[in-house]
Design a protein around this ligand. Structure first.
Ligand code: IMP
Ligand code: MG
Length: 177
């Protein structure tokens, strides 16, 4: 039987999300467009934009869907645009939100794409960073938590489309009993 152990609990996440929002607001973003990468960041982004509101910002929100995992558990190393943003980007401050920074490929593609469309400033915010897994050099501007090199689920993150609904970040484990 698969059991899911809590790695980061709800209250710890909520406190850190507000901390991230305060950090982002302190940077004084102008004409801010928040771009969550779907699907994995949808819960994190929903909490973060409300935290940004509490921090005094009025961001616009639009979505970008990139794919690298193709439904599996390991990155294929190839990133495709499945759904593009509809909002104008030129001259704006853009904040890309993702669930996990791992190889760095996904966020690098997203940042290069939005920068190439004339964004003034493109910054990135991730809930989790797995620095041990980097394949291309990439540093996120805002990091919620550093994560061990284990496969995590919950708070929007999935294993084969399952477990996104968990309100905490967890780790799957096979229980023999
Ligand atoms: P990368 O940085 O391009 O390797 O890809 C990061 C993306 O892979 C994240 O946005 C997640 O969607 C996915 N991912 C990486 N590690 C995990 C994990 O432990 N659980 C669930 N999804 C993951
Ligand atoms: Mg993702």
């Amino acid at each position: 039987m698969t059991v899911i152990d809590t790695l980061i609990g709800e209250r710890e996440i909520a406190a850190r999300v507000q901390g991230l929002a305060d950090e982002i607001a302190a940077g004084g973003p102008r004409d801010l467009l928040v771009v969550p990468l779907l699907k994995g960041s949808f819960i994190f982004a929903a909490d973060l934009v409300r935290a940004l509101h509490r921090a005094g910002l009025q961001p616009h929100v639009d979505f970008l869907t990139l794919s690298s995992y193709e439904g599996g558990l390991a990155s294929s190393g190839h990133v495709r645009v499945l759904r593009d943003v509809e909002s104008p980007v030129r001259g704006r401050d853009v904040l890309i939100i993702d669930d996990i920074l791992e190889s760095g490929r996904t966020l690098k593609v997203a940042r290069d794409l939005l920068a190439s469309r004339g964004a003034d400033r493109v910054t990135t915010c991730v809930l989790l960073d797995k620095p041990g897994k980097r394949a291309v050099p990439f540093k996120a501007d805002h990091v919620g938590f550093e994560s061990p090199d284990v496969f995590v689920v919950g708070y929007g993150m999935d294993a084969g489309h399952a477990h996104r609904e968990l309100p905490f970040v967890g780790v799957m484990r096979e229980d023999a009993t």
